[in-house]
Design a protein around this ligand. Structure first.
Ligand code: GTP
Ligand code: MG
Length: 204
């Protein structure tokens, strides 16, 4: 995907502090440290747009990244803090859960969310809850099995299929290290965002 421009347009701690939606939005959600911000960077084709860290808890607020695509289409990707981070205090976890829920529930313009799981762990209870929650609020889940590079090549296909055996969803295999799956994921994001790329551009 040709991403011509990428800029951060929001970085807030409360859904109510966000600017009004301007373009179709797709969020990225999942367990803490699973690779959400890394996935945003791969889609944006920028190494350091979203902050990543080997330690869980890197993303603390709601971050909106505006990506301008060749042909003029624009998509807003929303990087969210992760769930399941045990080292946070109970109160903090509750506040964060509320922040994410408020966003997923009440944000006009939010079309769907990438639900990202570690291909080696598969879909866990928190992820299932999120998928159900999204569907309940008419947001389309896009299931992604990431860190494919951590598996031997022969184990990848069966592992992706196993992740996808959830809720009638098909998982997209992905690796932020190698970029594998990025094209397929972009297609899914555009479909969910309702964005059509102009095809009149000459192929390069
Ligand atoms: P929080 O914001 O804390 O919830 O984390 P996050 O889900 O945004 O994860 P982040 O992108 O910060 O990545 C966490 C760690 O996983 C970093 O050390 C990344 O380099 C690593 N990582 C992310 N994706 C991949 C991947 O596909 N393969 C490998 N090998 N490592 C990855
Ligand atoms: Mg993050």
């Amino acid at each position: 995907m040709d991403v011509l421009s990428a800029e951060i347009v929001a970085d807030v701690r409360e859904a109510s502090a966000l600017p009004p939606p301007a373009f179709a939005e797709v969020a990225v959600a999942g367990r803490s440290n699973v690779g959400k911000s890394s996935l945003v960077n791969v889609l944006a084709g920028r190494r350091k747009l979203a902050r990543t860290s080997a330690k869980p808890g890197a993303t603390r607020g709601i971050h909106i990244y505006r990506l301008g695509l060749r042909g003029g289409a624009i998509v807003d990707l929303v990087d969210l803090p992760g769930y399941g981070f045990a080292q946070r205090s109970k109160v903090e976890r509750r506040t964060w859960g509320t922040m994410i829920e408020q966003f997923l529930e009440s944000r006009p313009g939010l079309r769907g969310a990438v639900v990202i799981v570690d291909v080696r762990r598969g879909v866990e209870d928190d992820d299932l809850e999120l998928i159900e929650y999204l569907r309940h609020h008419d947001r389309t889940p896009i299931l992604v099995a990431t860190k494919l590079d951590k598996l031997a090549a022969s184990k990848r296909k069966p592992a992706i299929a196993a992740v996808g055996r959830t809720q009638g969803l098909r998982a997209i295999g992905f690796s932020a290290e190698t970029g594998e799956g990025a094209d397929e994921l972009w297609r899914a994001v555009l479909r969910v965002a309702g964005v059509e790329l102009k095809t009149s551009q000459p192929a390069r």
